[in-house]
Design a protein around this ligand. Sequence first.
Ligand code: KG4
Ligand code: ZN
Length: 338
Amino acid sequence: MSIYILGIESSCDDTSAAVLEDTRVLSNVIANQDIHRTYGGVVPELASRAHQQNIIPVVEVAIRKAKITKKQLDAVAFTRGPGLLGSLLVGTSFSKAFAMGLNIPIIEVDHLKAHILSHFIKDKPDKKTPALPFLCLTVSGGHTQIVRVDSPSEMEVIGTTIDDAAGEAFDKAAKIMGLPYPGGPEIDKLAKSGIPDAFRFPESSMPGLNYSFSGLKTSFLYFLRDRLKEDEHFIEKHKADLAASIQKTIVNILMNKVKRAVNETGIREVAVAGGVSANSALRTAMQNAADNLGWNIYIPEFQYTTDNAAMIAIAGYFKYLSGDFASQNIAPYSKSRF
Ligand code: KG4
Ligand code: ZN
């Protein structure tokens, strides 16, 4: 018998609901909040309010698109954290009430683990899923981690950022260049017509498998400040080259530590997850590593790179199989517990 899980994601600025039949996605609906563009970043108060407005319509559409009835659902999986507390409260409270009404269990999901487990979504019969154990580079707006995955419930963070996340590095560099939020996709687009070696920026050298991106942001800022003194149109004239060069630097920093992690662990199954895994230069670098270093790589489809509820539902599915349910008095957490 099939298991139907409703997934709910509301950790940041996207409200998403998805229905999975076992590991297959029947629907994955995402309502983006454009309002934050006006402010150049996510405004928590506005995000919570928009989640409150969006959640019921998004869930209704997800169930309708899945062509099932509410009564067929076996459980509701929701993001418990990390994320913005006000945003998480909307998804958590909705999930509790909805599940209580249907008399079905709730399943708490860690957002970062869900990004990793999105690799087990099987939306095509021939889709390759990672063999265990595998390494996953999780790169999002809030986190940058190298994780060793031994099973859906056994994961160990073996490298992490000590300051900014890779997505933040993209977003901050874009902001310095006067590009709209979120800056990652803007840099990616501009970089396509730029020369990656046009400008050189220092690559941080952290010990072990850890990352640091705050120095890069500062050197980018000082570099542009100095150039703008000589030519006030410097950014405008060199937009594409600047984007390509900063993108190359971020991707090099990311890939160097992943290569080191592969050498240290001997694990050649390598996945990438999170919003920044949409980046075309990172995807190419992963593909090159697969071709030249013999890695088996796993890159999510675009729709599963940024925040989505299908990944919450797949993480919930694994917990459902092991009977790992949450109680109705559970509360969200804002900081990573993983
Ligand atoms: O995983 P995600 O949707 O949300 C968080 O959990 O943070 O990641 C969002 C991040 C943002 O920093 C955004 O700029 C970045 O992912 N991003 C990209 C690209 N698409 C999204 N960064 C670089 N290139 C992209 N194509
Ligand atoms: Zn995310």
